[in-house]
Design a protein. Structure first.
Length: 407
């Protein structure tokens, strides 16, 4: 087991475990309408040309481009959804709506705004005069967007536009990874659930509901196994249940070096192999990571800001990577609005900041906060700014990549 690890090294170990778990994560076929937020497990190639036929990009008149004339006889009208049966001859035009197939023989569409009605010909057919010359064809060619067999979509978390792209190809079922099953456990004698009275010396459980929500946001299926007191038998029972029922177990509390911090010991009894315990990181020094077979166990410190940040830095990448997805955090380039300084630089520090905008771009403004129990700082924080080992100060105005923590 590694101790006092740099968080970047710790992340490598976490991702190693995730890539192994990825090999065993099952896939399932689901209907497209249930696929939002799911991890697409396959490359999807287009079964059709898109668009499937040459079509009009404008309401107007289909005609033979390049004829030396400006007045045409209108021989038919085609709405979207059907093709004209009349092939287009010299001097003829067909009224056409956006999305309708281009009639045989036509090579361009004159937009309706650039036409004027010009009475009828000898047979009483309507005439139309073009008032301006189109430079472009206003035709979207068959397969111009995508050819049959070309890549429609690569694996990713499916967002609404991805659903649209798949539907464009007529895809009604997709193969996605099964959501990793996460069990969340809160520990501590002093922790009680919201919705119950608050006894003296106790605090409400914020980590449990928050971790469940974070896990769901990351694409996992999360279940809360409850609040467990700092008692070996209770912890062992609940942890054994969690290990049997999940791909990922997340605990909060009980991993520091206090007298009641029993988690590492109980995990050892349950044959969880410790990978690391303690990091050069603030918040989150006592973080534990271990494995039993293909189950990953994260023991996060109980302080709510630590719990939040450590989920972001380690658990979320694990969840994404075990579904084979990119886990790179989203960042924004910003200038620091006021200096960040600290005494001692033996830990990588993640500092919550607001995000503002001025005439030069984005500004990250450090939030005052006194320790990682101050969870309300997260109500204002949009980003985390990272201070490296050996870095005691970042000056105002310095550019940095701030890590986004809000959707
Ligand atoms: P621990 O990591 O167990 O030493 O807890 C560190 C601090 O976080 C203590 O002040 C705990 O009361 C607090 N804490 C632990 N678990 C939770 C929780 N589930 N919700 C809110 N605060 C917690
Ligand atoms: Mg505790």
């Amino acid at each position: 087991m590694r101790t006092n690890l740099h968080p970047d090294e710790a992340l490598v170990l976490v991702l190693d475990a995730a890539s192994e778990a990825h090999r065993y994560l099952a896939r399932e076929q689901i209907p497209l309408e249930h696929a939002l937020g799911r991890a697409l497990a396959e490359e999807i190639r287009s079964p059709i040309d898109h668009p499937p036929f040459d079509k009009a990009a404008m309401d107007g008149f289909a005609y033979r481009k390049g004829e030396p004339r400006s007045t045409y006889t209108v021989i038919d009208a085609v709405p979207a959804g059907r093709a004209s049966e009349s092939p287009l001859g010299e001097g003829e035009a067909i009224r056409i709506m956006t999305g309708a197939p281009i009639p045989l023989g036509a090579t361009g569409v004159q937009r309706v705004e650039w036409t004027r009605e010009a009475g009828t010909d000898a047979q009483g057919r309507p005439l139309i005069t073009f008032t301006l010359q189109e430079k472009i064809t206003n035709i979207i060619a068959r397969g111009e967007n995508l050819r049959q067999g070309e890549l429609l979509l690569s694996p990713r978390i499916l967002q609404p536009q991805d659903i649209g792209i798949l539907a464009t190809g007529g895809i009604a079922q997709v193969s996605v990874y099964r959501k990793p099953r996460v069990c969340v456990i809160s520990t501590g004698n002093e922790i009680v659930a919201a919705g119950t009275p608050l006894p003296p010396s106790c605090i409400f459980d914020s980590n449990g509901p928050q971790l469940v929500a974070q896990a769901q946001m990351a694409g996992a299926e999360a279940r809360f196994l409850g609040i467990v007191p700092d008692r070996e038998e209770d912890l062992r029972r609940t942890l054994a249940e969690a290990l049997a029922a999940s791909d990922i177990v997340i605990l909060s509390g009980g991993v520091s070096m206090g007298d009641f911090d029993l988690i590492p010991k109980v995990l050892r009894q349950l044959e969880v192999e410790p990978v690391f315990h303690t990091l050069k990181m603030r918040p989150g020094k006592p973080t534990f990571f271990g494995r039993r077979d293909r189950v990953a166990v994260f023991g996060l410190p109980g302080n709510p800001v630590s719990t939040f940040v450590n989920f972001e830095v380690f658990v979320k990448p694990y969840v994404l990577a075990c579904m084979g997805l990119d886990h790179t955090p989203r960042t924004v380039r910003a200038r620091l609005a006021s200096p960040l300084s600290r005494k001692g630089s033996d830990r990588v520090e993640f500092h919550p900041c607001t995000l503002e905008k001025d005439e030069l771009g984005m500004l990250a403004r450090p939030l005052q906060y006194h320790g990682s129990s101050m969870i309300t700082v997260l109500a204002h924080a949009q980003v985390l700014v990272r201070m490296e080992l050996g870095q005691e100060r970042i000056e105002a105005g310095e550019y940095l990549n701030a890590r986004l923590i809000r959707a």
